[in-house]
Design a binder for this molecule. Structure first.
Ligand code: NIG
Ligand code: FE
Length: 421
């Protein structure tokens, strides 16, 4: 007797890895569709996939879900969010609508620093209660694994408070969170004009404190990320932080080329970063480097969209260069308060010109590689995690085409139904 059988999927998208790796370049979009398919789940893991008739004949299941001809996919993975923060920045958005730029507001001491002030003031419970509805909304929109960054504390105590909030939410909510330490998100005001002294603090105090926190609280992957950007951290500062993070056993991520190309993407590739994220202003040379590396390129179209910009990641050039592309929400209170990977599909199809199938593979099999869960999540393969979304539609090409409504019917986590529309 197995735990769960989902049968009669009009399209069962298995979304395979390629040679045990991500789907690279124009090979992206291999959905491995089984028509009238079924998936068997036991002990929280995928047991097998196949034709519905075969699996129904071969397995007795404690629970059977009839997908009634609908689309069935792996649970979506959101590999880049800043989902924990205090306060909000509606006032800044109002100013941006009127023409003030994100960088002007940042230079005036607003932006990330505004959220830092609210986050430092918030106690653990306040942070948790503020983030919970956002994360639940992400889950209801299909995400079953979500990466969440720190980076609004910018001092050791408040950064650890954010990590504790991530750990509590991971336990309390039915989804899985993957934490990233982003102490290098902005220079806090007490280090104005002394950015290198703040980098000293990150290297000498924060990274060791986070390494200890990981030993005590977190058995899974934990990343170190740097916002390498004009007005944030220089290439040299990023390099210093990365060296310390690698020495402390962290895997690397980078925010690079969101506004300016500082060489962060090259550095990330050279230092073996797991992912390089944003990549709006990336040079052709660095796109080529990415194409020859194992670093996953994570594009977040909600960010330029949220800023009202018209320039997005050059996804087609990346596919031409053989890059492994993933997509994410970047959910944050400044540039992109977006809780829906379905919204990311809508933007990625229009502005990155991904096909619906490419968008879906970027948000599943490839997104898993961006958080060191390659092959274990985002794919319906034997032994992968039993995370599944049953959709209200019968064709994957409805994803991205339709937007503004939630097309999810049911979310299944480790073989358990955790949400039904
Ligand atoms: O990914 N680029 C840096 N971090 C966020 C923005 C954070 C904020 O404005 O609060 C981003 O766009
Ligand atoms: Fe970000």
């Amino acid at each position: 007797m197995i735990d769960l059988l989902i049968c009669n999927a009009g399209q069962l998208c298995t979304i395979p890895t390629h040679d045990s790796g991500p789907q690279r370049g124009h090979a992206l979009g291999d959905l491995g569709i089984i028509p009238n398919g079924a998936v068997a789940i036991h002990d929280g893991q995928i047991l097998t996939v196949g034709a519905s008739d075969d699996l129904q004949a071969n397995y007795d299941a404690a629970t059977v879900i009839d997908a009634q001809g609908c689309l069935v996919t792996p649970g979506l993975i959101d590999p880049h969010t800043h989902a924990i923060w205090g306060g909000n920045r509606a006032d800044e958005f109002e100013r941006r609508i009127a023409g003030t730029t994100y960088q002007q507001i940042m230079a005036e001491g607003g932006g990330i620093r505004a959220t830092m002030r609210a986050t430092r003031e918030a106690d653990l419970t306040t942070l948790i209660e503020a983030a919970k509805p956002r994360l639940l909304s992400m889950m209801q929109n299909g995400a079953t694994t979500i990466e969440v960054k720190t980076g609004y504390g910018l001092e050791t105590r408040a950064e650890l408070n954010m990590l504790n909030a991530i750990a509590v939410l991971d336990t309390e909510l039915p989804i899985d969170l993957v934490p990233t330490f982003l102490g290098a998100h902005a220079i806090p005001p007490e280090y104005d004009g002394r950015a290198d002294a703040y980098v000293d603090l990150i290297v000498q105090e924060m990274i060791p404190a986070v390494a200890t926190w990981k030993t005590d609280h977190w058995p899974g992957p934990l990343f170190c990320d740097v916002f390498c950007e004009t007005g944030a951290f220089s290439l040299e500062q990023t390099h210093r932080i990365f060296e310390a993070a690698l020495a402390a056993g962290f895997d690397l991520k980078i925010h690079s080329d969101e506004f300016d190309a500082l060489g962060g993407t090259r550095l990330a590739v050279e230092m073996g970063a797991v992912s390089a994220d944003h990549l709006v202003a990336t040079t052709p040379e660095e796109i080529d480097l990415l194409g020859h590396s194992n670093t996953i390129a994570v594009s977040m179209p909600p960010t330029p969209f949220g800023l009202g910009h018209h320039h997005y990641t050059s996804a087609q050039a990346m596919l031409d260069a053989g890059v492994a592309l993933a997509i994410a929400t970047d959910c944050n209170p400044g540039t992109a308060w977006c809780e829906s990977m379905q919204m990311v599909f809508a933007l990625a199809t229009r502005y990155l010109r991904l096909t619906q199938g490419q968008a879906l593979a970027s948000a599943t099999v490839n997104a898993a590689f961006a958080i060191n869960y390659g092959g274990q999540r985002g794919t319906l393969a034997p032994e992968a995690i039993g995370d599944v979304v049953i959709w209200q539609v019968d064709d994957y090409r409805q994803l991205g085409y339709r937007f503004g409504s939630n097309l999810v019917q049911q979310v299944i986590k480790r073989g358990q139904v955790i949400w039904t529309a």
